[in-house]
Design a protein around this ligand. Structure first.
Ligand code: ATP
Ligand code: MG
Length: 601
């Protein structure tokens, strides 16, 4: 398989089973729904990270496995923190992560389809997702496209006597709410009559009141042990334009109100989210049940978030890293974002593989980063073409090869391939080896090059170090060696054994490239668990070197993955890409530290 296709490689891990999939399977068996419809509902207030990928894989996976549909829906109810930049990056990242799945499960808005929701006195001006099969691309849904319908539902709640306009300030509202062990107090505005509530709510929409002057609240129970049922806010005034809805609104629904109704409007059957929403579920159900809606109601299910050691998944903290310049931006290859992972050369299939391995449970835990890295190596090993590159070059002169003479050596592209293919490397008088593959004073059991010692140049021949040349300061400038050309493939002494084999490139057949050696962004497994996460930033998370790469890499393209032999997996940087002079990012080294549970360490 071509390395360029890494984004399309799907994991061979079988479809997982878990408690949410069990529920879906029962609903399929009982034919409770005509079609299973899920959604992935990010707020566009940051870039997606590997944690989100678990939710994407679960929601799109359920749709995919059941011939259903999954809608990418922006939960865009808070325009203050949201931005079109995030909408674009999220759409791109979801597309990337599920490419290979996309044909089977994507929700697609079909303009002109039969409207399925007729709500009160409002024009039904939207259509629910349809035609999942063959959907070419992710087409995003926006909660803000439903603002008109959601507003109508709010009016309906007012008419039912189940919502009221409150004049308390945000601070007063908070004080009246009480605390988990102390009941709240009713607002003095709680018993306003329906007509007054409707009138005020209309004037809130019309822009008559400043931010925070009034709010719409559900009338539930100020003494409920569940704080979310203590007359939660449904709407607040925000005189601010919206990245998707424009300046049509100065009144925005809160997440809890918009979310369940968006689910209902889209015909979502299983609204799957993370555990922190468990306490919101009674409110989710209360809103939908209070409105006496005609169609089957969606149901919310919760699972534990993905956490991975040495990573942080809080958007607020990630934004802090970006704003404080600790990283190059959201797409920095050290970031746990999907765009950072892509730029680092991590294939989408590896992230899907991780999601499949960790599974879906109700128990919070921290996944070992070594497991993630193992999943990445498992995906890259079969597809990454092997290449030779020297990152800390030391010059070697093969004194018995005349200048200008070239010996062609066949190098295997990938030993994992079913049918072996090779490429030609040029062995010339001057080559580079890795400086730490030579030791002037070798420690015991040092099998690489040493004065008087022999080593094999991979795919070429055995060389012997005859002389070490130094400058006036005592620094080694070159090694003078003899190449035993009879040990080349097809040569009389090809079977001669030496203990060490090292990589190399020809000095006249290589290119210089900037190579970025990335390491973990943090030095501890749980940064910020007890103190400021920024204290644990790894000062050595990026080292930049100028490497010597075999010349075939001059044509490497972003999206391709290579294994630089003995060094690790690398990919051309997709941001600083100049044809002919690639910049390479190290995805990972080759050393896999993952130990399967039960295996000796
Ligand atoms: P915040 O709410 O702080 O902005 P968030 O990460 O929860 O951050 P959302 O945009 O609300 O961001 O997340 C979209 C969806 O992804 C939600 O359904 C959420 O439950 C899910 N999600 C977020 N983080 C994780 C995680 N670490 N593991 C699995 N799912 C996650
Ligand atoms: Mg959230």
């Amino acid at each position: 398989m071509s390395a360029a296709n890494i984004a399309n490689v799907s994991t061979t891990t079988p479809a997982p089973s878990d408690f949410i999939r069990d529920i879906v399977a029962q609903d399929v068996a009982s034919q409770r729904f005509a079609k299973i419809v899920t959604r992935f509902p990010p707020e566009p207030n940051g870039y997606l990270h590997i944690g989100h990928a678990k939710s994407i894989c679960l929601n799109f996976g359920i749709a995919r496995e059941n011939n259903g549909q999954c809608n990418l829906r922006f939960d865009d109810t808070n325009p203050v923190k949201e931005d079109i930049e995030y909408v674009d990056s999220i759409t791109h990242d979801v597309r990337w992560l599920i490419s290979g799945w996309a044909d089977q499960c994507l929700g697609q808005k079909t303009k002109g389809a039969v409207p399925t929701a007729q709500i009160f006195n409002d024009k039904p001006d939207f259509h629910i997702g349809a035609a999942p099969l063959g959907a070419p691309e992710v087409e995003a849904f926006f909660a803000s496209d439903y603002f008109e319908q959601i507003y109508a539902y709010a009016q309906q709640l007012i008419k039912l006597g189940m919502a009221y306009v409150d004049d308390l300030t945000p601070e007063e509202t908070e004080a009246y709410r009480g605390s988990p062990d102390r009941p709240g107090r009713p607002s003095p505005w709680r018993d306003r009559c329906i007509a007054e509530n409707l009138d005020l709510f209309g004037r809130m929409r019309a822009g008559e009141f400043p931010n925070g002057a009034r709010s719409l609240r559900a009338k539930i129970d100020m003494t409920s042990p569940n704080m979310w049922l203590r007359d939660p806010l449904l709407y607040r005034i925000r005189h601010v334009a919206h990245h998707h809805a424009g300046d049509k609104w100065c009144l925005y629904p809160l997440y809890d109100f918009a979310h369940c109704l968006s689910d209902y409007l889209e015909g979502i059957t299983h609204s799957v989210c993370t555990l922190e929403f468990e306490v919101h579920r009674p409110l989710y159900d209360w809103i939908l049940q209070s409105l006496e809606l005609p169609r089957t109601l969606p149901h919310q299910y919760e699972f534990a978030k993905l956490n991975v050691g040495y990573m942080i998944f809080s958007k607020r903290r990630l934004l802090q890293l970006v704003e404080e310049g600790a990283v190059e931006g959201w797409e920095d290859p050290r970031m746990p974002t999907l765009s950072g992972a892509r730029r680092r050369g991590i294939p989408a299939s590896a992230i899907r593989r991780l999601a499949a391995i960790v599974g879906v449970t109700k128990y919070e835990s921290v996944t070992d980063i070594a497991l993630f890295e193992h999943a990445v190596r498992e995906e890259l090993n079969p597809i990454a073409a092997r290449r030779l590159a020297v990152l800390h070059p030391m010059k070697v002169v093969l004194t018995n090869i005349p200048a200008g003479e070239t010996w062609v050596c066949a190098a295997t592209n990938n030993p994992q391939d079913e049918v072996t293919t090779t490429r030609d490397l040029a062995l010339t008088r001057e080559v580079f080896i890795e400086s730490d593959d030579f030791a002037e004073i070798p420690p015991p059991k040092y099998f690489r090059l040493k004065p008087g010692g022999e080593v094999r140049l991979k795919y070429a021949c055995i060389i012997r170090c005859d002389e070490v040349i130094k400058d006036a300061a005592g620094q080694i400038t070159e090694l003078r060696c003899t190449a035993d050309l009879t040990t080349r493939a097809g040569g009389a002494n090809v079977d001669k054994k030496v203990k060490g084999t090292i990589h190399w490139v020809s000095a006249s057949h290589c290119i210089d490239a900037e190579v970025r050696l990335y390491d973990r962004l943090f030095t501890v497994p749980e940064p910020g668990a007890t103190d400021d996460f920024r204290k644990h930033l790894n000062p050595h998370s990026l080292q930049v070197v100028t490497g010597k790469l075999e010349e075939s890499l001059v044509n490497a393209q972003p999206g391709e993955s290579f294994q630089f032999e003995r060094l690790g997996y690398f990919t051309p940087d997709n941001k600083n890409f100049t044809p002919g002079r690639p910049v390479f990012n190290r995805t990972l080294t080759l050393r896999d530290t993952w130990v399967k549970p039960g295996q000796p360490k």
